[in-house]
Design a protein around this ligand. Structure first.
Ligand code: S3P
Length: 417
């Protein structure tokens, strides 16, 4: 249990952990590349540790020194391995495509929460390439066995970077070209990293084409994760002033800034620069009077992991917010439509669940109270922000799950309390 006091004012400058999505890809792709790569400012949260464990099991050599990783790709992958993906959806989905491309057999599995998440969305498109991927009633464990792959064209019905990436990672080993398109562009870190590693890849709007490619190892300096910075950005908007340093602002990830624009949150992007194909900035956010907003399906992919936090901000915004087109939240680490609604209500806010989103009536302040994490890291951190911004504060129950993406979250947030 973690106690959080309600605060009248919150101010500070923050260095946030490395980007989770980029760290996963830097480890996985370099494990399958020629040469050695150094990854700096890597996130060593539990999800990325799962990716390291799996790649080592497959034969890659990974030396870890704090947040610096040295990865030596393996020319020969171990067969018949059991790959424990822990709680990580990104690990299991990307790795299913990766393993299918390497012509080896493996079993991929994870914890209880991961075993409840859909895997048919990866197995089905991979089978269109000829891959032999079997799920357990649409879930993990997933079994991959060797089969020749042939490039093909496919349109995804949902926008998912995990699914798109699994197809691309198999596609670079397939004979012929593989083209995948999605309704709204999801995060494109895989495409950027494949290009930097010399892959045959072309991007045209929401569609990506890859040909058979050999990857060359590439050093990656990981920017700070906007999904982790978002909690401190929100505290600036609610309670004072925050500066988050060196945050990745890849346009497929900046939905939180779109939400800020609509809510009327005052922020500025300082010190903009580009590092390894990804733009970064220091983000300054100041206390702002917020008004209700509308979020629809096309906004969702760029703020998918921030939506619980956006919903919380709307609970403090004047008027009625409507969030639609966010059904994907139901298949995250928890059913985030249900858990976010309960969280806002437990804080004393007015939030109603709909099949694909929320209706939220904002209040000037929320009283506070105890909130559960439901063992979902993003819900735990959203709860902590809500409590800090509330009148009386309260407790986050089962807070340890923050270690999935932000191991020292409570130290950082309490340091300012
Ligand atoms: C991720 C993609 C998103 C996101 C997840 C990380 C990635 O999932 O929610 O936290 O690194 O590719 P979907 O691709 O399933 O939307």
């Amino acid at each position: 249990m973690q106690k959080i006091k309600g605060r009248k004012y919150f101010e500070g400058e923050f260095e946030l952990p490395g980007d989770k999505s980029i760290t996963h890809r830097a480890i996985m792709l370099n494990s399958g590349a020629d040469g050695e790569a150094v990854i700096t400012n890597a996130l060593m949260g539990e999800d990325c540790v799962s990716t390291c464990r799996c790649m080592r099991t497959l034969g890659a050599k990974i030396a870890i020194e704090g947040t610096t990783l040295r990865v030596s790709g393996t020319p020969r992958f171990r067969r018949g391995t059991e790959l424990n993906c822990g709680n990580s959806g990104t690990t299991i989905r990307l790795l299913t495509g990766f393993v299918a491309g390497k012509q080896i057999d493996a079993k991929l599995y994870g914890d209880e929460s991961l075993s409840a998440r859909p895997m048919g969305r990866v197995a089905e498109p991979l089978s269109l390439l000829g891959a032999n991927v079997k799920t357990t009633d649409g879930h993990a464990p997933v079994y991959v066995s060797p089969a020749p792959l042939y490039g093909t064209e496919m349109s995804l019905l949902i926008s998912s970077a995990q699914v798109k990436s699994a197809i691309l990672l198999a596609g670079i080993s397939a004979n012929g070209e593989t083209r995948v398109s999605e309704p709204v562009k999801s995060r494109d870190h895989t495409e950027r990293m494949l290009a930097a590693m010399g892959a045959d890849i072309r991007v045209n709007g929401n569609s990506v084409t890859v040909g058979k490619s050999v990857l060359k190892a590439v050093d990656v300096c990981v920017p700070s994760d906007i999904s982790s910075a978002a909690y401190f950005m929100a505290l600036g908007a609610l309670k004072g002033k925050t500066l988050c340093k060196n945050v990745g602002i890849n346009p497929t990830r900046t939905g939180i800034l779109t939400a800020f624009d609509r809510l009327g949150v005052k922020y500025s992007l300082l010190n903009r620069r580009v590092s390894a194909g990804e733009e970064t900035a220091d983000i300054l956010v100041e206390k702002s009077k917020m008004r209700a907003i509308t979020i629809t399906a096309e906004d969702v992919p760029a703020m998918i992991d921030e939506l619980p936090l956006v919903a919380l901000l709307c609970a403090f915004a004047e008027g009625e917010t409507q969030i639609t087109g966010a059904k994907e939240l139901r298949v995250k680490e928890s059913d985030r439509i249900r858990t976010t609604t309960e969280l806002i209500r437990n804080l004393g806010g007015d939030c109603q669940e709909t099949p694909d989103g929320f209706i939220i009536r904002g209040r000037e302040t929320l009283v506070g109270g105890d909130v559960d994490s439901y063992l979902d890291h993003r819900i735990a951190m959203t709860g902590a922000v809500g409590l800090l911004a509330s009148e009386k504060g309260g407790n986050v129950l089962r807070p340890e799950c923050c270690a999935i993406s932000f191991p020292d979250f409570f130290e950082k947030i309490s340091g300012e309390c």
